[in-house]
Design a protein around this ligand. Structure first.
Ligand code: AG3
Length: 292
C-alpha cells in the first residue's frame, strides 16, 4: 500500500484494527509452493518476514516469542535431550532450543523450504541455528512426520502459522494425538495457540482439542508486540503433573535472556480472567506449583 509516497505493509487483526509498518525496502516477495512470502526492511523493527500477509517475525521482537516457546517447556522438563520442532522455518525456535546444554538432537520439520532459504539469506540472527550439527532439518509435512513416531521426543514444539491454509493440519485432534504418541514418558508439548483477545474462537477450539488428548493442558502467555495483542501458548503434559522449573539446568546453562527468566516461567501461566474462561471454562487451576 502506498500512502503519501510511503510504502506500507499492514496486517489487520480484526475487521477494523491492525498493525502498519513503514517499509524501507522490499527484499523478497514471492509465491512459494505453499504460501506468499515477503521480507522487508523497516527502520525501527529491522527485517520483517511475513507469510500470506501475516507477520511471522521481526528482528526487533522475535526474541520474545522464541524465548518463550522454547525455554518454558525446556526448563520445565527434567532432562530434555531430543526435541522435535514442527514449522519454525525461520530458525528462531531452533536457535533458542540449541542453547540448552542438555540437547543432543533437534529434528525440525518445515514444509516450506523457501522460508528456510529466505531466513538464510535475510535473517542471519535466526538462521544461525541451521549451522548447528545437532539440528536435523527435514523438509516435509509435520503431520505426516509424526504419524509413525513413538516414544521419541522429550519435548515437541509446534511453531506454526495461523490455523488457516497450510497451518490447518497442525491444529487437529489427530495431529495432537500423534504428537502425544511421539512423546517419551513425561514429555511436554507446546504450541503457539493464537491471540485470545482477537481470535477467542480459534483459541477455544485449540484448547478443546488439546484437552481431548492430553492429561494436563495449561496455557501461558507472552506479549509479542507485532502479533495481535496478548499471545498464548498451549502447554501439555503427556502424563500429567504440574509445571516445574529445572533450577539445576537453568543455573548450569547460565544463559542470558532478554524476556524469559525464572519469575516469568511461572508468572506467564497466570491468565487474565477473560482468558481463563476461554481456556479453562470456569475450572480453576491452582496447581501451578513451584517445585524448586
Ligand atoms: N509463528 C506464529 C506466528 C503467528 C502470527 N500470527 C499473526 N501475525 N496473525 C511465528 C513463527 C516464528 N518462528
Amino acid at each position: 500500500m502506498t500512502t503519501y509516497g510511503r510504502v506500507e505493509f499492514s496486517e489487520f487483526h480484526s475487521e477494523s484494527v491492525g498493525l502498519i509498518f513503514k517499509v524501507e525496502k522490499i527484499l523478497l516477495s514471492k509465491k512459494s509452493k505453499f504460501q506468499d512470502l515477503m521480507v522487508f526492511e523497516t527502520k525501527s523493527h529491522g527485517r520483517v518476514l511475513t507469510l500470506d500477509g501475516l507477520v511471522m517475525v521481526t528482528e526487533k521482537d522475535e526474541f520474545i516469542y522464541h524465548e518463550m516457546i522454547a525455554h518454558v517447556p525446556l526448563y520445565s522438563h527434567p532432562n530434555p535431550k531430543k526435541v522435535l520442532i514442527i514449522g519454525g522455518g525461520d530458525g528462531g525456535t531452533a536457535r533458542e532450543v540449541l542453547r540448552h546444554k542438555s540437547i543432543e538432537q533437534v529434528d525440525m520439520v518445515e514444509i516450506d523450504e523457501e522460508v528456510i532459504n529466505a531466513s538464510k539469506e535475510f535473517l542471519p540472527t535466526m538462521s544461525v541455528a541451521f549451522k548447528d550439527s545437532r539440528l536435523n532439518l527435514i523438509i516435509g509435512d509435520g503431520v505426516e512426520f509424526v504419524k509413525d513416531k513413538k516414544d521419541e521426543y522429550d519435548v515437541i514444539i509446534i511453531d506454526s502459522t495461523d490455523p488457516i491454509s497450510i497451518g490447518e493440519g497442525l491444529f487437529t485432534r489427530k495431529f495432537y494425538s500423534d504428537c502425544k504418541k511421539a512423546l517419551k514418558e513425561g514429555g511436554i508439548l507446546v504450541n503457539q495457540s493464537e491471540s485470545p483477545f482477537y481470535d477467542p474462537k480459534w483459541v477455544e477450539g485449540i484448547y478443546d482439542k488439546l484437552n481431548d488428548i492430553f492429561k494436563v493442558v495449561k496455557s501461558y502467555t507472552a506479549f509479542c508486540p507485532t502479533y495481535p495483542a496478548i499471545w498464548s501458548f498451549g502447554y501439555c503434559l503427556k502424563d500429567g503433573g504440574e509445571v516445574k522449573f529445572n533450577e539445576e539446568a537453568y543455573k548450569s546453562d547460565n544463559l542470558e535472556f532478554k524476556y524469559y527468566n525464572k519469575d516469568i516461567h511461572f508468572a506467564s501461566f497466570s491468565l487474565p480472567t477473560f482468558m481463563k474462561k476461554i481456556v479453562y471454562k470456569g475450572k480453576e487451576w491452582e496447581n501451578i506449583m513451584r517445585v524448586n
